[in-house]
Design a binder for this molecule. Structure first.
Ligand code: BV8
Ligand code: ZN
Length: 255
């Protein structure tokens, strides 16, 4: 990792409220595909309009449910990586950490992070598309494959179709997590933006809000993004290597 300027280290160390904001790149080294990467991104191989919109589910529920089951099975077979563990470890070392994720996996929780603000929902929390009640029957892991069609289960209460527990394009973000995230971004002293292309709104606006609020902002990414010129520091490299080093440098573990 490139040397971090002493001034940035000092500002990070002095921060009372630290926000960590993660995207698909944080889970990439756990084997979960990102969305927009040239080679392996999901949207390079699948059509977003046919899979990640409410209209797609209305049109072809089995196609959409099968695709999300395939992704859920991928997550079940994966493990948190060093980036997830480093973030979870931060809770014991900084005063007020807030963890916000766009990821629909549960790898932050499995690494030990307790409170995670999920802006785009969770693959493991399907609910009824008619009455919105949670789908209680724990779905069993199965051998779903890319492109397989699976009929979604029916709601125990009203018989409506159960849908994946994610936020699709054109849908509003869950109000509680979103409001808490905006509040945290606007009030934090340090904001770490990890493995996101910052192309999806309104989530990407959180980093801009932190910049506008005068927080020290650090972006960890393999590649350049539209925010490179605006953040305080860009650390180029894989999150599972760069983030543990950064956090250990700034907030060493208490023996
Ligand atoms: C909404 C869940 C109100 C489902 C997802 C303003 C301007 C333009 C458009 C809009 C706008 N406001 C709203 C929109 C429309 C739209 C939008 O943003 N469109 C964009 C893309 C043009 N937004 C919405 O529709 C949102 N809702 O606005 O509601 C509303 C309602 C009705 C009518 C009007 C308004 C809802 C958006 C939620 C969409 N749901 N997914 C699912 O998972 O299938 S989005 C999807 O993108 C994922 O959830 C993901 O979390 C999110 C963000 O992507 P990233 O995490 O950044 O992933 P990406 O692949 O892009 O980037 C990975 C990065 O990691 C790369 O930079 C790469 O270099 C880096 N990387 C890779 N490996 C590593 C790494 N970095 C470090 N280490 C590594 N190892
Ligand atoms: Zn129902």
């Amino acid at each position: 990792m490139a040397a971090i300027p002493a001034g940035v280290i000092a500002r990070l160390k002095g921060a009372r409220h630290v926000v960590v904001f993660t995207g698909a790149g944080a889970s990439a080294e756990s084997g979960i595909p990102t969305f927009r990467d040239q080679q392996s991104g999901l949207w390079r191989h699948f059509d977003v309009q046919s899979l990640a919109t409410p209209e797609a589910f209305d049109r072809d529920p089995a196609l959409v449910w099968g695709w999300y089951e395939w992704r859920r099975v991928q997550v079940l077979a994966s493990e948190p990586n060093a980036a997830h563990h480093a973030i979870a470890g931060l809770a014991a070392r900084v005063e007020r950490p807030t963890l916000i994720t766009q990821n629909v996996d549960d790898l932050h929780e499995r690494a030990g992070s307790r409170k995670v603000l999920h802006l785009h929902g969770r693959l493991c929390a399907p609910y009824c598309s008619a009455c919105r009640s949670e789908y209680q029957a724990a779905p069993q892991p199965l051998q779903a494959q890319a492109g397989c069609r699976l009929e979604p289960p029916r709601c125990d209460r009203c018989g409506g179709r159960v849908r994946p527990g994610v936020v699709w394009f054109g849908e509003c973000l869950p109000s509680g997590p979103w409001e808490q995230s905006v509040e945290a971004a606007c009030r934090c002293d340090a904001f770490l933006c990890i493995g996101t292309s910052s192309l999806v709104e309104p989530a990407a606006g959180l980093t801009r809000a932190a910049i506008a609020a005068g927080a020290v902002t650090v972006q960890v990414n393999l590649d350049s993004t539209c925010l490179d010129d605006f953040v305080t520091l860009n650390l180029r490299g894989p999150a599972a290597t760069v983030l543990p080093e950064l956090l250990a440098d700034v907030w060493p573990a208490v023996e």
